[in-house]
Design a binder for this molecule. Structure first.
Ligand code: DAT
Ligand code: MG
Length: 154
């Protein structure tokens, strides 16, 4: 299924790591049926985060955002599957956890916008940009999970 090869960039932010939520977050994407194709544990530089959030550079919260995001290790990942960018955003919930529906990751696991534990690409285009920023081509793995035929129709 060619459409099932869409990819998104998901990252557990420093507060998600410090709070021990990495496994829980990975589990949600795994249980859904999405395929993990890249993952690392890394303490990101301010330089990388400024590139990652370049679109928000003029926002008043930008300096605080970069400081928070570079305050500890994070878990960047690439997940693959049908409509994974859009569905991934739905699974994350609204940017501000005060507006995130219960049942979403942010709705269930955090309270404030400046500590919202997880990042997810907002379009296929930004996913491509973000994946290229955080991973080399070799680090993104093409593989076929044993259960794939049971997740998708023929
Ligand atoms: P999202 O992470 O849902 O894609 P975004 O791209 O608009 O949201 O913003 C990136 C991050 O910046 C967001 O996850 C948390 C932070 N942020 C956004 N709006 C903010 C605000 N008004 N005050 C503080 N932090 C904010
Ligand atoms: Mg965003």
């Amino acid at each position: 299924m060619a459409e099932a090869r869409e990819r998104t960039f998901i990252m557990v932010k420093p507060d998600g790591v410090q709070r021990g939520l990495v496994g829980k977050i990975i589990k949600r994407f795994e249980s859904k049926g999405f395929k993990l194709v890249a993952l690392k544990f890394t303490w990101p530089s301010e330089e990388l985060l400024k590139k990652h959030y370049a679109d928000l550079a003029t926002k008043p919260f930008f300096p605080g955002l970069v400081k928070y995001m570079s305050s500890g290790p994070v878990v960047p990942m690439v997940w693959e599957g049908l409509n994974v960018v859009k569905t991934g955003r739905v699974m994350l919930g609204a940017t501000n956890p005060a507006d995130s529906a219960p049942g979403t990751i942010r709705g269930d696991l955090c309270i404030q916008v400046g500590r919202n534990i997880i990042h997810g690409s907002d379009s296929v285009e930004s996913a491509k940009k973000e994946i290229g920023l955080w991973f080399t081509e070799k680090e993104v793995i093409n593989w076929k999970p044993a259960n794939e035929g049971w997740v998708y129709e023929d």
